[in-house]
Design a binder for this molecule. Structure first.
Ligand SMILES: Nc1ncnc2c1ncn2[C@@H]1O[C@H](COP(=O)(O)OP(=O)(O)O)[C@@H](O)[C@H]1O
Ligand SMILES: [Mg+2]
Length: 329
């Protein structure tokens, strides 16, 4: 089974975009995929996939209530299926107060059980929920988590439950720092919780044509410690349009979504986007990233042929079976 947290330290490193595209790529490889959105902020995966209608309703059942063992109903009922077939456990505003809610639970339970606060397994709650209680390994081939980078308890719960990281990084000075932070986080986590955390791969993303970007990206690609199976170039137009199409880059390309100005207003419509080789190559790279994670990290055989059925244009096929690094710019 594939289990991964898509994480790197700073915000805006394309975590949500990467998670969404990976999830859809794995789903297109015929795997049953579930994504758990632990980020309560705007512009999260829940809004990208157009789910989570009740995310602001405090009375609605949600992932926090399940993690804290106070669900209103079955876990099944909070799972929604996106248009592209990926199951999503949507975000909820309660995620923003996770730590204070957790502290209350710890107060209560340590009081009842005559246990010290330090003994309470605060990072193991998501693990217990997903694997012991809900047995999600029987239902899914892949679970990905898009975490909230700032909330330690949630992030640690995510890493404790998944054990593997996929790290998108920006090819800037900050990107290198976040790689250092990543190593530190992995080591801390391993020591702290007595588990092994694996780094599946690092994905330089948003790589521009400038010298600095190219140099930083080379540094990532030449490192001896982590695989960098693909680098994703700067594809702002394609990726930003995902938010209008409410789906993956594959959907944007197949349905040809485009954002443009009309009578002084920005509109987004399907059937409008030109078919560009460089964008098709990015779809291929995203697919090849998913294939790398499935085969190289988790030893799962997948169909590596990407077939894009592009509206009014025809079919494009790419075989990404050879997961050798390919870089497009
Ligand atoms: N490869 C890319 N090149 C340029 N812009 C991108 C790329 N991938 C994503 N983006 C854009 O960057 C912004 C932030 O991405 P997002 O995935 O939400 O980051 P995070 O989840 O890490 O905060 C979004 O507007 C997204 O469309
Ligand atoms: Mg995000």
């Amino acid at each position: 089974m594939i289990t991964a947290v898509v994480y790197s330290e700073s915000g805006g490193t394309f975590k949500t975009t990467t998670t969404a595209n990976l999830a859809v790529a794995l789903e297109r490889m015929d795997l049953d995929v579930c994504v758990i959105d632990l980020d309560p902020q705007e512009g999260n995966l829940t809004s990208l996939f157009d789910v989570g209608e009740f995310r602001s309703d405090p009375d609605a059942d949600n992932i926090v209530k399940h993690i804290l063992e106070m669900p209103d109903g079955p876990f099944e009922d909070i799972i929604e299926t996106s248009e592209e077939g990926v199951d999503v456990v949507p975000s909820h505003d309660m995620l923003g107060d996770f730590t204070s809610n957790l502290e209350q639970k710890i107060d209560y339970e340590t009081g009842m059980k005559n246990m010290s606060r330090e003994e309470f397994p605060r990072y193991e709650l998501l693990y217990d929920l997903l694997w012991d209680k809900e047995q999600l390994h029987e239902r899914y081939d892949a679970i990905l988590i898009d975490p909230n980078a700032r909330a330690e308890d949630l992030l640690y719960n995510a890493i404790y439950a998944m054990r593997t990281l996929v790290a998108p990084v920006k090819p800037a000075g900050k990107g290198n720092l976040s790689l250092g932070g990543l190593e530190e986080l992995v080591t801390n986590m391993e020591q702290h919780l007595d588990i092994e955390v694996g780094l599946s791969c690092v994905v330089p993303s948003g790589v521009g044509q400038t010298n600095a970007h190219q140099q930083y990206t080379k540094q990532f690609e030449n490192n001896e410690y982590y695989p960098t199976p693909v680098s994703i170039p700067n594809r702002e137009s394609l990726m930003d349009t995902m938010w209008e199409a409410r789906g993956s880059a594959f959907k944007v390309l197949e349905e040809r979504w485009k954002t443009f100005e009309q009578d002084g207003e920005m509109v987004s419509e399907p059937g409008q986007r030109g078919v560009r080789d460089r964008e098709l190559e990015t779809a291929r790279d995203l697919y090849s990233l998913a294939a790398f994670i499935a085969t190289e990290t988790f030893d799962i055989d997948v169909d590596t042929e990407l077939v894009l059925e592009i509206d009014g244009y025809g079919e494009e096929r790419f075989d990404v079976g050879d997961t050798e690094r390919e870089v497009t710019a």
